[in-house]
Each structure stands twice: as C-alpha cells, then as structure tokens.
Design a protein around this ligand. Structure first.
Ligand code: ADP
Ligand code: UDP
Length: 236
C-alpha cells in the first residue's frame, strides 16, 4: 500500500490518500488541544497509544457486529481505514455526568444518569461544534432519518459493548464522542477514533482520571494515564 498526498491535517491526526481510491491512511500525532484549540500542548507517545487503542477497540466492535472504518494497522502511528464522507454530526454518549453536561445541568461530576444520554453537535471548528438536536440535523440536511436511526442504534450498542469490556479492566466509561461516515455505497459505519482523547475513563476503584482531562485540567501525568489504559486493555 502506497501513501500518497496529504488530504488533511487535523488537531490530532493527518489523513493521506493511498493508491487504493477506497482507502485512506490516518497518522496519529502527539499534539494535544483543548477548548476548541485554545489550549495547545504535547502528550508524549499519545499518537502511538491512540492508534493502537482505537484499532483494538474497533476490531472488538467489528467482531460484535458494528461496522467500522478499520482495515489494517500499518505501523505504530499509521492505520489504513475505509474512506468515508464524514457525517458532520458528533455523537456524545453519556453514562455519568461530567464536563459539559455537569456544567449545563448543574450536576456534580460523577452523578450517574438514570438512563443513557445521547447528544449531537454540528462538527464545525469555526463555530466551536455547537450542540444541536435531531430537528437541526434534518433541517440542515446533515443526515437522513434512516442514517440517524442507524447512528443511534450503533451508538447505544457501542456503549453497551465498551462499558462491559472496560469494567473487566477496572475502568468506568463516563462518556465518549463518536463520528460516523458514509462509504461510497452509502452505508453508515463508525469512523475516526475511540481513545483516551475522545472518552472519559475513570479508574473504577480509585476514581482516578485516565483520559484527556489530565491535559485539559492540568492534572499531570497524562502520558502515564494513556499508557495505563493501553496496558489494562491490551496488556502492553
Ligand atoms: P479534527 O478534524 O477534529 O482536528 P483529527 O485531527 O482527528 O480531528 O483529524 C482527523 C479527521 O479525519 C477528522 O476530521 C475526522 O472526521 C476525519 N476522518 C476520520 N476517519 C475518517 C475516514 N475513515 N474517512 C475520512 N475522514 C475521516
Ligand atoms: N469530546 C471529544 N471531542 C470534542 C468534544 C467532546 O472527543 O470535540 C468527548 C470528550 O472527551 C468527552 C465527551 O466527548 O469524553 C463529552 O465531552 P464534554 O462534556 O467535555 O463536551 P462538551 O459537552 O463540553 O462539548
């Protein structure tokens, strides 16, 4: 597989074309940003960990019937994925109040939700990814009702699968963000990443934060926390 021209450089990854028109190569960086790019830094080794953790979790989800963009890991930082047209709706799944939800609803962080919360944002950096609801999605033509039905069903299944798996690793899944895309034949599949950058992971026993909040909130040792997640999930 040959790497061709760079299509895009985002905050955490670069995306390249390949000599197969249906496949992209994603390359994970150590760059960390928060608060819509206002805070910038580096988490040493993060790219390698997020690449490996994402691929591990996507393969597990595939085995349980969730279609994903994962094709093949090429190196520590590079993975071959199915090319999709990203649906510009970020999906946040929440089990326990934290971050934006805790703030908006006036709930102490750590308050369990009586049922799973699904939130949507319009994926648009210039606008700061504003929160939207399903009527905005249809009014703006971001996705069809059929696509949203698939996305909701996948998001809830992914939550159940990940929660159960992470429990065995003594990790509570507080909340996480997903992105979906359309393949060339219009099928909706899971894309982007599932990593300590995009999930809140709390140690079930101590409550210690094992995710990007260590960087966002200057809690220290983000590197160690990312490493710990990889070790607990993959034994490396
Ligand atoms: P951001 O764009 O938010 O800064 P990244 O740095 O992670 O995020 O950049 C990766 C970009 O690649 C994102 O915009 C994401 O939506 C997009 N992407 C992820 N998976 C795929 C895929 N399979 N096909 C096309 N684009 C993808
Ligand atoms: N998240 C993400 N990218 C974003 C916004 C959120 O990966 O652009 C993840 C974040 O890591 C957390 C979950 O989504 O696991 C909810 O985040 P938060 O409550 O901080 O988001 P907000 O509601 O403030 O946008």
């Amino acid at each position: 597989m040959e790497k061709r021209e760079q299509l895009y450089e985002g905050k955490a990854k670069k995306v390249f074309k390949t000599d197969d028109e249906n496949l992209y190569l994603v390359q994970y960086k150590d760059d960390a940003t928060a608060f819509n790019g206002l805070k910038k830094g580096t988490i040493q080794g993060k790219g390698v960990i997020n690449n490996k953790v994402t691929n591990f979790l996507m393969q597990m989800l595939e085995a349980k019937g969730i279609p994903t963009h994962y094709v093949q890991q090429l190196s520590d930082r590079e993975t071959l994925v199915k090319k999709v047209e990203i649906i510009p709706v970020e999906v946040v799944v929440r089990n326990i109040a934290a971050g934006g939800l805790a703030k908006r609803m006036g709930l102490p962080e750590g308050t369990p939700m009586a049922s799973t919360v699904l939130e949507y944002s319009y994926k648009n950096d210039q606008l700061g990814d504003p929160m939207i609801n399903e009527t905005h999605v249809y009014a703006m033509g971001l996705a069809t009702p059929e696509e949203m039905k698939a996305i909701q069903s996948y998001a809830l299944q992914i939550n159940d699968i990940l929660r159960e798996y992470l429990k065995e690793a003594d990790i509570d899944l507080i909340d996480f963000k997903l992105e979906f895309g359309r393949t060339s034949d219009g099928t909706v599949i899971l894309a982007d990443e599932i990593s300590p950058d995009t999930c809140r992971f709390w140690d079930s026993t101590t409550g210690e934060k094992l995710d990007k909040d260590r960087f966002r909130r200057d809690l220290g040792n983000a590197e160690g926390a990312y490493q710990e997640v990889m070790k607990r999930l993959m034994g490396e």
